[in-house]
Design a protein around this ligand. Structure first.
Ligand SMILES: Nc1ncnc2c1ncn2[C@@H]1O[C@H](COP(=O)(O)OP(=O)(O)O)[C@@H](O)[C@H]1O
Ligand SMILES: [Mg+2]
Length: 261
């Protein structure tokens, strides 16, 4: 018997943007030859300073920016091709949660309606069945049924991020990519969201790619950490090993910047 293919397998990924400073057809390579694999139920932290290419990598995986070279496979299938053939199936493979849940949610739409819409598209649940599904989804992320009637601006930052996570979970994805999901939150709220993520990963056998510029964020919830520097992964190691003995000088510099608690 052969093992199941990884839920996400990134090989030789390169992404570039047009850059006029480099001439009329100039390009700037933001992600340059990245290899990264995620197993089912695994949590991997992707860390690196601002501008290192973390968001670009995530955007390329979910198809928001084009892959210039390399491959992104999900469950053994080319994710880009799957997206063209069957966008809904592709959405069930990988979902992304953005840092700014405020910007990602429609300010005029109540939470319940926003979640109901995704559920309807995903599994066709309507009417009271839809309301039950929304309530179940809210409960999953630690919110109450009453939150369904609120507008995004009537929620705290942490609650909005929970809604963002709920919306991503609505399609029952294999992989959740979270791009700096707690950067804008207070430290105590950060911890609650990270605990929630850890629980969801265990309960749903989700794979998580958690992006952060701060190593402290990924320490307690990720099995492995990948360190990105100027578009490349400079080190990928089990979390404990990386904290105990970083091999790359850039990782060491990042570690020195982590406050000791
Ligand atoms: N839409 C874009 N057009 C041109 N350059 C971009 C664009 N988005 C990001 N970049 C550049 O690509 C590099 C990586 O950015 P990004 O992926 O956002 O890094 P990170 O998420 O690690 O902060 C940066 O130098 C940034 O300025
Ligand atoms: Mg970013």
């Amino acid at each position: 018997m052969t093992a199941a293919p990884p839920v996400l397998e990134i090989t030789g990924l390169r992404v570039s943007y047009s850059d006029r400073r480099r001439g009329a057809h100039g390009r700037f390579t933001a992600v340059d030859g990245v290899d990264l694999t995620l197993a089912r139920g695994e949590a991997v932290g992707l860390v690196g300073e601002s501008g290192s290419g973390k968001s670009t990598l995530a955007r390329a995986v979910v198809g928001v920016v084009p892959v210039e070279a390399g491959e992104v496979r999900a469950g053994g299938e080319d994710l880009g091709l799957l997206r063209e053939r069957d966008p809904r199936a592709a959405a069930r493979r990988v979902q992304m949660v953005f840092q700014d849940a405020q910007g990602a949610l429609d300010p005029r739409q109540r939470v319940g309606s926003a979640l109901g819409e995704v559920l309807r598209l995903h599994d066709g649940s309507v009417g009271s069945e839809g309301a039950d599904a929304v309530a179940a989804l809210l409960a999953r992320v630690g919110l109450e049924e009453s939150h369904a009637r609120r507008f995004p601006h009537q929620l705290s930052g942490g609650q909005r991020q929970r809604v963002g996570i709920a919306r991503a979970l609505a399609v029952e994805p294999d992989v959740l990519i979270l791009d700096e999901p707690v950067s804008a939150l207070d430290v105590s709220v950060q911890a609650q969201i990270l605990t929630l993520l850890d629980g969801l990963r265990r309960d749903l056998d989700l794979s998580v790619l958690l992006i952060a510029h701060d190593l402290a964020v990924v320490r307690n919830v990720c099995h492995r950490v990948a360190v990105m520097y100027r578009g490349r992964l400079v080190e990928t190691a089990p979390t404990d090993a990386l904290f105990a003995a970083p091999t790359d000088p850039y990782t060491r510099a990042l570690l020195d910047a982590v406050p000791r608690l």
